[in-house]
Write a protein that binds this ligand. Structure first.
Ligand SMILES: Nc1ncnc2c1ncn2[C@@H]1O[C@H](COP(=O)(O)OP(=O)(O)OP(=O)(O)O)[C@@H](O)[C@H]1O
Ligand SMILES: [Mg+2]
Length: 251
């Protein structure tokens, strides 16, 4: 098992609330790890800490043996970690295609000189990105929505779009925060099948989900957390039958 991400002794408190309590976890290459636990367990906080959106109080996070603990979100994204948000965070007044384009790592327009001098290299990168974005939309059946505003998509399509934006940066590790919550069964199947293919493309995934059927389908390992602590870890069946997990849900 080749380790990709290692989280060691992470702690995070918010005004008296313990969101991460000496949390330890690892994920290996080509793995889909399920992160489960009750509301308020600290799952999204863990994603926020890994991706640099919220600083941990203490602890260490290594990605491919680099210490990423104190890096900015954009640096962490450049290292190869991409994420979705529970509340989507699409740019609603931009089109579907524009949302995907913005998610590419190679953004030539970000450099000031490229804003003023759009040379051939910039144009080439932009046209390559557009081609890749159109391919992503085509492969997932929403090419016909490319020029629609993100705001005009159904909620399920918005969930799909946020996954595509996460894929666009071609990160090695994807952190997906409830990617199928509140959507219809057909879209759930579509999104799960996209996620299930990722390890074959050399990618790893940590997926937060309350839908245990989905977790059983795509994860071979699950971490259960409660009150910021890792309570149980193992196959979905092992975790489901762990008395500590049953107790946590009954509390
Ligand atoms: N930015 C913040 N400021 C203050 N408190 C926060 C913040 N983010 C999270 N919390 C608190 O930390 C705890 C863990 O929240 P978190 O969102 O990580 O839980 P979760 O496991 O993702 O829950 P859910 O399944 O409901 O999404 C909660 O008590 C929450 O209210
Ligand atoms: Mg959450």
């Amino acid at each position: 098992m080749k380790e990709l991400l290692k989280i060691q002794n992470c702690n995070k408190h918010f005004d008296g609330i313990t969101a991460l309590d000496n949390f330890n976890c690892e994920i290996s290459k080509n793995e889909i790890l399920g992160l489960i636990g009750p509301n308020g367990a600290g799952k999204s906080t863990l994603f926020n800490v890994i991706t640099g959106f919220i600083p941990a109080d203490s602890g260490m996070i290594n990605f491919k043996n680099f210490n990423i603990s104190k890096k900015t979100p954009s640096k962490i994204n450049n290292y190869g970690i991409s994420r979705t948000f529970q509340d989507l965070r699409l740019i609603r007044q931009m089109t579907v295609l524009e949302n995907v384009l913005l998610a590419f790592k190679d953004q030539p327009g970000e450099h000031l000189e490229n804003v003023f001098f759009r040379n051939n290299k910039v144009k080439k990168i932009e046209s390559e990105n557009k081609k890749k974005a159109m391919e992503l939309l085509k492969n997932t059946g929403i090419l016909n929505k490319a020029n629609d505003l993100a705001d005009d998509l159904s909620y399920g399509q918005q969930k799909l779009l946020s996954l595509l934006c996460c894929l666009a940066s071609d990160a090695e590790l994807l952190l997906l925060d409830e990617p199928i919550a509140g959507i219809n069964p057909a879209m759930i199947e579509k999104i799960l099948s996209i996620i299930n293919e990722l390890p074959k493309q050399g990618k790893s995934v940590i997926i937060i989900e309350h839908n245990m059927d989905a977790i059983n389908k795509i994860c071979n390992r699950v971490v259960f957390m409660d009150a910021g602590k890792k309570v149980s870890e193992g196959t979905p069946a092992e975790v489901r039958n762990d008395p500590k997990v049953i107790e946590a849900y009954l509390d």
